[in-house]
Write a protein that binds this ligand. Structure first.
Ligand code: CIR
Length: 269
């Protein structure tokens, strides 16, 4: 069990929402985000990460990229290496270059990029205490998964390609790692058997949007408004903190999407 790569973090990178977020990609049908309210919610999110024990770097809003608040997608950070990813969404393809200086300020030469045609969004990568699952989706292809598998081979990481349910943006739209071999998942994802062998906590039906939660050290950050999921997690002994992420949700985003978490001490445990 290696919780050191899945839930134990010392640092995080975030980016403030831009005014251009009103032009972000969305299938949610929840209306257009309010940039001022988004900034307020983002500030509360950063404070929650800080309380959970990570030192947060907040990058300035980048108006060129409407979805750039979702920093989880353009990079993937492990203790040994950071990978600048290549998104399957054309509008998001410059975001990896935009975040590169921040990544290099932590990882230096231990930073690498993906080849042309190898596509992965960070939202499709779920790191558990056991392995790294990468969801094939509209944003992530098998070339991308194979390339990450090769990049990580020297450190012995186990990478497994899985299917993201049809109509679901990213693998982590529907699940989260809770530490050890426990995951939180929607029924539609759990029934695909990708978590066989895991302890699966099901998100109560009707609260699917709560699946994109985020465990950071001893805290599970959960989207506000999903009381059944909150009760389930609390009853199981998790320390939860609920956050209003209404504006991120309007752009199909959630709690994991708004940060890149890692161990700045390079330790894997
Ligand atoms: C997008 O479609 O790329 C953004 N509107 C939402 C990205 C959410 N990111 C994530 O789940 N990791």
């Amino acid at each position: 069990m290696r919780d050191g790569i899945s839930i134990e973090f010392t640092a995080a990178i975030t980016r403030a929402p831009s005014d251009s977020c009103v032009n972000g990609i969305s299938a949610a049908n929840l209306g257009s985000p309010d940039p001022a309210l988004f900034r307020e919610q983002h500030t509360a999110y950063v404070a929650a990460l800080d309380r959970a024990g990570v030192t947060v770097t907040v990058l300035a809003a980048d108006e060129r990229f409407p979805d750039s608040v979702f920093v989880e997608d353009p990079a993937f950070c492990l203790p040994e290496i950071a990978i600048l990813l290549r998104s399957g969404a054309p509008a998001r393809q410059g975001e990896a270059e935009a975040i590169e200086p921040a990544i290099r300020s932590f990882y230096g030469q231990h930073t690498c990029s993906m080849s042309d045609g190898a596509l992965v969004d960070g939202g499709d990568i779920l790191v558990t205490g056991e392995e790294i699952l990468i969801g094939l989706s509209n944003r992530t292809n098998s070339y991308g998964i194979n390339e990450i598998t090769e990049i990580l081979r020297p450190w012995g990481y186990k990478v497994r390609a899985v299917d993201t349910p049809t109509g679901v943006l990213h693998l982590k739209t529907d699940c989260a790692t809770l530490g050890g071999d426990t995951v939180l998942a929607t029924r539609r994802l759990a029934t695909s058997h990708i978590f066989d062998g895991y302890e699966v906590m099901l998100v109560p039906d009707g609260e699917e949007a709560a699946a994109n939660s985020l465990r950071v050290n001893d805290t599970v950050l959960l989207a506000a408004g999903f009381s059944k999921t909150a009760d389930t997690l609390s009853a199981a002994g998790f320390e939860i903190e609920c956050l209003d992420v209404s504006e991120a949700r309007k752009l199909d985003g959630g709690l994991s999407c708004m940060s890149l978490r890692f161990r700045s001490d390079g330790r894997r445990r």
